[in-house]
Design a binder for this molecule. Sequence first.
Ligand code: F6R
Length: 242
Amino acid sequence: MRVVIVGSAHDAAAYGCDLFLGQLHDKPTSVFGLATGSTPLALYQALIDAHRNQGISFAQVTTFNLDEYVGLAGDHSQSYRHFMQRNLFDCIDVAPENTHVPNGMAENAELACAEYEAQIMNAGGIDLQLLGVGRNGHIGFNEPSSSLVSRTRVKTLTEGTIADNARFFADGEYQPSLSLTMGIGTIMDARRVLLIATGDSKADAMRAAIEGPVSAACPASILQMHADAIVVMDEAAAAKLR
Ligand code: F6R
């Protein structure tokens, strides 16, 4: 695990953007694993800027998102598919058919999860997987106690995660408590993993992930076992490292 501490969230996004553009340069047909939430927004904006200002093309890229809410259709304003369209896909030249987000409306969720795994495999596996981290150390929606070898499946969100994500939902709006998420084993199969953590709310999770034992109690700690994992933090997220 390579640990990189930078001065600000902006610097973390710039670092991540360089990694993505380097990967794209080396392999224009790269398969990217993507995340939602607040953390990747600045990185996505940097990629959009690179597309608009430097003519960087994503036309041959394939993407797989980590997770989706069960019960929200792709056109629902709070779905992760919608998030990705708004914050990245609609702003670059990625081919729509090459973008994948788990189907939160699948009638047979188990089958949809197995198909998602097969799609990743058929695409040749993920070259670079982007991760944020939950305050409880979750990656994707693999909450603490998730199997460290899990595959894409349905996961119940913890009360803490539901509370953390309530900021994205309007008062009284239905907020799902189930998700479809890549498993920890799925994430670990990516050839390279980039986790970005910014802000002091992530400091406890990052200390457990980097300095604690590898444990399902902190799913992000599994990255200690990955051959090419890079953890980029701003100073606030790194504040509790010893
Ligand atoms: C999102 C995801 C989650 C988030 C995590 C951090 O696709 O898989 O693990 O990365 O909850 O969220 P933010 O970035 O909003 O703090």
